[in-house]
Write a protein that binds this ligand. Sequence first.
Ligand SMILES: Nc1c(NC[C@H](O)[C@H](O)[C@H](O)CO)[nH]c(=O)[nH]c1=O
Ligand SMILES: CC(=O)[C@@H](O)COP(=O)(O)O
Length: 228
Amino acid sequence: MAASFTAPAQGLVHCRNPTLGFSDSIFNRTQLQFQGPVPAKSHPLSFSYQLKLANDVFPRKDHRCSFVQTAAVRHIVGSLAKAGGLRFAVVVGRFNEIVTRPMLEGALSTFKSYSVQDEDIDVVWVPGSFDIPVVAERLGRSGKYHAVLCIGAVIRGDTSHYDAVVSSSASGVLSAGLKSGIPCVFSVLTCDNLDQAFNRAGGKHGNKGSEGALTAMELASLFEYNLK
Ligand SMILES: Nc1c(NC[C@H](O)[C@H](O)[C@H](O)CO)[nH]c(=O)[nH]c1=O
Ligand SMILES: CC(=O)[C@@H](O)COP(=O)(O)O
């Protein structure tokens, strides 16, 4: 997309120049002195007129304007600061609840710390990770939530059952998001043993439930405020 010029009175051109912050989009305004005539009622300016303005401001011998090329990129990022007021569903597997419960608690406290109210969160328990996707899709389609966070813990046993549950859960959550059009976040641990799981449920490798809540808020905000 082209740089967004506005042409206020008196021949001043403002150029919107986005800079990225991790959790928010910040736009800096740069004022440029413009030499040529500015049409009285000129916004939004056509792309060709924006090019003409830019070339008038930065004339180059080879008739190319590097300013337009760099300023034309707009970076769009969801904002955690705008999570308050958004609604979330959390689908949690009861299987290995000793792991999934602290993940859920981590998620709920992270939502709270970004001003998401308790009444804007519904927690739905299901038997295990394999059962999460069908529920996530139903919740996504309900129109009640801005994002669905999926929490589970699959721990390898003796047979190939692990692979079936892991791959079904991962592809199912992906498909739930794609089919419902609502972000469905995958916070299902896939571990070789209980130790690995505890380390990711509030232990030395953090809490993947909390991380999932951050992802859910960022995507919910992106969809609600930037991609409509
Ligand atoms: N073994 C694990 C399961 N298995 C259960 C399935 O998820 C599912 O509930 C059952 O097949 C009925 O559809 N679930 C986990 O979350 N973690 C496991 O380690
Ligand atoms: C990940 C699993 O499904 C696991 O609990 C099953 O264990 P097993 O393969 O020993 O039956």
